[in-house]
Ligand binder design. Sequence first.
Ligand SMILES: Nc1ncnc2c1ncn2[C@@H]1O[C@H](COP(=O)(O)OP(=O)(O)OP(=O)(O)O)[C@@H](O)[C@H]1O
Ligand code: SF4
Ligand SMILES: [Mg+2]
Length: 306
Amino acid sequence: MTDGLRIKDLSVTFQLRDRDVRAVDGVSVHFPAGQITGIIGESGCGKSVLGMAVLGLLPPYAKAAGSITLDGSPLLGTRRALGVKLGLIPQNPAESLNPARTVQAHLSEALRPLSLSRREAKAWSAQLLRDFGFPDPARVLKAYPHELSGGMQQRVLCAVGSACTPAWLLADEPTKGLDSALRDQVLDTLGSMRGRGVASMLVITHDLTLARSLCQSLAVMYAGQVLEMGQGVLEHPLHPYTAAFLNALPEHGFQPIQGIAPRAGQRLPGCPFAPRCPHCRERCTRERPGACQPESQHMVRCFLYE
Ligand SMILES: Nc1ncnc2c1ncn2[C@@H]1O[C@H](COP(=O)(O)OP(=O)(O)OP(=O)(O)O)[C@@H](O)[C@H]1O
Ligand code: SF4
Ligand SMILES: [Mg+2]
């Protein structure tokens, strides 16, 4: 069964000493299998927390409610699928690799669910590195992270994340901080993952050029919610927030979004964009808009489309 990844009414709250921070707020979304879906939105809108909830990697002081299923099997609160069905390319290569462990040690650990012999694990690790553009895997397997360039570290993480050929891969800001040559290399690598059996991907990114060239569909997050999702989001945004977000980019004339961005974890009873929306009506401040589908393959949460 390849129903894909279904998230229903997911909320994640961090219970801090002095207050609760609601980082994901009632997200319901379906990521179909066989697609690369991008997740975009400003810093702090909840992209990584949503990803960590899917992977079962939330810290113990995070309280999650709702449901997440992968091909019909419940995922929320478990790490059962991690590495086997779901792989992760984490946000920061330098921080995600253990400086005291070799590349081989990282790959052997990632391959543990496959219960391979040492010899098999070594051969498979070398093959993975070859797949990710290392012509000399024997040397790289013995290397420590500090002996590798940023682009090489990123490719090692791609190999680690896809070691068990998971059907799904989450890549969190895979091109952040990379120069344009490395960025292109990572883009090629991600594109080639699909040829290696990783059929579906979620790619969290600020890089809209990457989103445009790699993703078939995009989800737009704001204040812990997914406000718009589908195909053609960048070419034909429906939600007033998406339109404002795109207009604020340098290539569209740097028009700042009016009003103030929501505080971390701030919850409003109505539409989260209401205080900044030029189309806001009274109803928007007290009621949350449900999902509308004004176009095929394109969902938006805004009363303008009811
Ligand atoms: N471990 C944590 N403990 C407490 N609060 C957290 C934790 N992780 C994230 N948050 C809070 O949850 C909210 C969403 O954070 P998240 O990391 O998902 O943002 P993001 O959209 O990935 O941003 P960025 O683009 O900067 O990576 C933020 O307000 C953040 O401060
Ligand atoms: S629901 Fe209302 S406030 Fe929210 S984006 Fe639509 S028009 Fe604006
Ligand atoms: Mg993040």
